[in-house]
Design a binder for this molecule. Structure first.
Ligand code: C2E
Ligand code: MG
Ligand code: MG
Length: 576
């Protein structure tokens, strides 16, 4: 191909072309001195050169590309690219509205003496890239990493949209159902976090598949964090979804060779009016879920307004109880326990009471549960232990042989599951100087029947030298046949049996059986809640070892209890 000289007028045409080109073209010397520049280049470079001086390209660009001059000097053969599509962004201070704030630069060694630069406006490209990054970030902040489900933020947005729809479309109803595994921390603790994560992923996929099978395309799932999941769906399907999902979640989870078992609880709420906020709806569903858990877990509850009142009451009790502990409003009452054969004093059960500044004396049933739910039971229980042990030591000192042989202190579930309980009991004994054999701890039947962890905790406690009693026997799940597996010394037969014993042969047979099995295992029996002489005589005939109840004595404040103990032997001598 031979070079064709430009036809007449072509030079002007070329100049015109350069003049109007929508891209910046600059020709410079090897050192950057501008030889030719078209208007687009001037327009793009002007914001970089506030004094309007466009003499040297490298000088103008130096704030954005300080090493351009060296790079260009190093580019040897003509035709070599010095830099290819560099993105040069203007510092914020130099940005002006309507002016480019980012440039694309391409620099080429043209021949032995010249460089050729092309410049274009990259403002839109930068904007598009930033939007893409923002969209990715937005998606990432709305996705749960572990399960790839939408997260809590996304859930709140989704509920907000549903609430908006409810405002626009009459009759649009929806429900939020929350799922939470029962005692999931056990899995992380015992099997490790990787197994816990694997279980969570499987839970997510089960929830997803139940939801989609029930409402294809419209049910929407999310993970709120931890072991908590949510489904948003049409309001009429909430209970069906909850039941099916709970069933699905209770199936064993196969992870490698491991088979993990768990149950979950569910709470649901339906949006009743559009003035509710997403957070309020989530709170209601959470209250329903907590109610399901407090009723024993592995069940579903729909929200009703009384749950909110209950929660508010609990919060008030919690705050008051903290104050009670700090200000010494708690005190202990002691209920005498007698030997049913000799009628002599055997021991005393310590029961907590609260002298509330406004409500008067509050019974434990109104605050033990709150103390358990809020973790205050640890402090309360430790205080009870110390105070009861201290009191018995004092009675031993002042009453001598007339003092009760032991004090029996109730432990609640939350205390037993806490490993530090063993230290706390040992400390109470050491600090007060009470001989361990003078301390009895009462645990409820349902608790003692549970897993190996609890059993070994009870064995540890027993090894301190104290005795263990199984409280409220007959109300829980354990059977006579399983008694021999429990590390206990005393069985307390629940008041409900004692109450009916006089009128019901069935109850008499049951008590008889408990007494016989206990005796065969070397355990003692205590009848709780003896309210009449007839009941006491009957229990004595059934050879129950000990008894306590209003007929013998109501629980008494320490001073009154001391006086009762002191008078007991004299009373018995008078009876004789
Ligand atoms: P519990 O351990 O079974 O205690 C016996 C309860 O029966 C006591 O109620 C006692 O006052 C009551 N009672 C005793 N004799 C009779 C009777 O003849 N008739 C009737 N109707 N009731 C009788 P209280 O003191 O209200 O305690 C209730 C429950 O609260 C206790 O049941 C125990 O589970 C729990 N509790 C009490 N104090 C503590 C404590 O310090 N720590 C823990 N964790 N729980 C406690
Ligand atoms: Mg008790
Ligand atoms: Mg009891």
């Amino acid at each position: 191909m031979t070079f064709q000289p430009p036809p007449p007028g072509a030079y002007e045409a070329l100049m015109q072309f350069m003049y109007q080109a929508p891209i910046g073209l600059v020709q410079t010397t090897l050192d950057g001195d501008i030889v030719m520049i078209n208007p687009m280049s001037a327009q793009l470079l002007m914001p970089l050169s506030p004094c309007g001086n466009l003499l040297n390209l490298f000088d103008v660009l130096s704030p954005l590309a300080p090493n351009l001059r060296e790079l260009a000097a190093g580019a040897a053969p003509p035709g070599q690219v010095v830099c290819d599509r560099w993105r040069l962004a203007l510092p914020d201070a130099q940005r002006r509205p309507g002016m480019p704030n980012a440039l694309n630069l391409h620099l080429l060694r043209l021949d032995d003496t010249h460089l050729m630069a092309t410049l274009s406006d990259a403002t839109l490209d930068v904007q598009r890239e930033q939007q893409a990054i923002a969209a990715q970030l937005h998606a990432a902040t709305r996705e749960d990493r572990l399960t790839a489900m939408p997260n809590r933020t996304a859930l709140v947005e989704r509920i907000d949209r549903e609430l908006g729809r409810q405002q626009d479309e009459a009759g649009h109803g929806f429900a939020v159902v929350l799922f939470n595994a029962d005692r999931f921390e056990r899995i992380n603790l015992m099997l490790g976090k990787p197994i816990g994560d694997a279980v969570l992923r499987l839970m997510a996929s089960r929830i997803l598949s139940v939801a989609h099978a029930l409402q294809p395309g419209s049910a929407w799932t999310a993970r709120l964090g931890g072991d908590e999941f949510a489904v948003v769906l049409g309001e009429t399907s909430a209970s069906l979804l909850a039941e099916r999902t709970l069933e699905a979640l209770a199936r064993p989870y196969l992870i490698g060779d491991l088979e993990v078992h768990l149950t979950a609880s569910a709470g649901a709420t339906t949006a009743s009016h559009s003035e509710q906020s997403a957070e309020e709806l989530l709170q209601d569903a959470t209250l329903a879920m907590q109610d399901a858990k407090m009723s024993g877990g592995s069940r579903y509850r729909a929200f009703d307004a009384s749950m909110r009142e209950c929660a508010q009451r609990r919060a008030i009790v919690e705050a008051d109880l903290r104050q009670a502990l700090a200000e010494g409003q708690l005190f202990v009452v002691y209920q005498p326990i007698i030997d049913l054969r000799t009628q002599a004093l055997a021991g005393a059960e310590a029961l907590v009471r609260w002298r509330h500044p406004e409500r008067g004396i509050v019974p434990p049933i109104e605050f033990i549960e709150v103390a358990e739910a809020t973790g205050l039971i640890g402090l309360l229980g430790e205080w009870m232990l110390n105070e009861s042990c201290r009191q018995l030591v004092e009675w031993q000192r002042t009453l001598g042989a007339l003092a009760p042989g032991y004090v029996s202190v109730n432990l609640s579930r939350a205390q037993i599951t806490e490993p530090l309980i063993v230290d706390a009991v040992a400390r109470a004994l050491a600090m007060t100087g009470l001989p361990p054999a003078s301390l009895q701890l009462e645990v409820t039947e349902s608790l003692a029947a549970q897993g190996d962890g609890i059993r070994s905790r009870l064995v540890e406690l027993k090894s301190l030298g104290l005795t263990l009693a199984l409280d409220d026997f007959g109300t829980g799940y354990s059977s006579l046949a399983s008694l021999h597996e429990m590390p206990i010394d005393v069985i307390k037969i629940d008041r409900s049996f004692v109450m009916d014993a006089v009128s019901s042969a069935h109850h008499r047979v049951l008590i008889d059986a408990v007494v016989m099995v206990a005796r065969s295992l070397g355990m003692r029996t205590v009848a709780e809640g003896i309210e009449t002489a007839e009941q006491q005589a009957l229990l004595s005939r059934l050879e129950c070892d000990r008894g306590q109840g209003y007929f013998i004595s109501r629980p008494l404040a320490a001073n009154d209890a001391g006086a009762w103990f002191a008078a007991r032997r004299e009373e018995l001598e008078l009876i004789d």
